[in-house]
Design a protein around this ligand. Sequence first.
Ligand code: ZN
Length: 352
Amino acid sequence: MADELVGILKKLSEAHGPPGFEEEVAEIIESELKGFVDEIRRDSLGNIIACKGSGEKSLMIAAHMDEIALIVKHIDDKGFIRFAKLGGIWDQLLVSQQVVIHGSKGRIRGVIGSKAVHVMKEDERKQLLTYDKMFIDVGARSADEVREMGIKVGDFITIDKKFLELAGGLVAGKAFDDRAGCTALIHAVKKAEPKCRVYAVFTIQEEVGLRGATVTGYAVKPTVGIAVDTTIAGDHPNMEAHEAPVRVGEGPVIMAADGRRESLSGGLIPNPKVKQWIIETAEKRRIPFQLEVLEGGTTDATAIQLSREGVPCGVIAVPTRYVHTFQEVLSLQDLERLAELLKGLMEEELPI
Ligand SMILES: [Zn+2]
């Protein structure tokens, strides 16, 4: 099982799927699911809705396909490219990354340049460099050359990063948020013998405001909704346990509440029956799990719960170190257990 999961995760992690251009990721998911579900379609925004099983009640489980990315904002006379950010990115992480620009003539490689340390003034070295001071170098000498390469304002830019296997069953790579969720959901829906109508939904544009979940929640009209995502593991230096209590390797995380820092507004307080159902399913199948209150983030479930007259929702996540960097780290065993738990939920009677 771990081999199968790692193969899918690697493929999905190395694929490029900025918000609004999730095509490559969608194609991988469709080819993985073909023949394993009863029905699979893409809606007009690009969300994938796969259905398996039958019955009046339905369970929607959503994972998002998009990743944090950049977009071309300006090309200067010398051929350097300025960009805007798509999703929450800490600016410092961008310096010296290799990027891929998705232009009209195919993918163009570039790097995010910066001044050499030798020529920085003392105070410059201590300052944080913000993204609006950064630029991409594709090797062109003029704006015309950049245009000839097929690059224009509005083209998507993603970070290029190879998937790595570390010691102890840990893996590193980009976009585990939320290709890890996609991987677990693919695996679960393939293997499950559903008790009700199960919708495995792979959403677009989560990182810029839960947009895919908003329309698919409405379209699917599920009895119960669940989002599968990554969450912040705090088991590394410079983190106090109370800041991010969940740990890598201790099982999937069942969300007790999430939302904005200090108020938990704009997030999800899971339906108590749904939360208890997830906990009981984990216990029944002897899957270790962790409970979390996440201050400072939310998931697709927040949008699904507010569709139509409201949908009882819950969230399950993979504990992940360094979320929203381009080098996230998670445990394959956690991912395996998450897939097991999702499959379990698909095979249990709904609590509502
Ligand atoms: Zn995210």
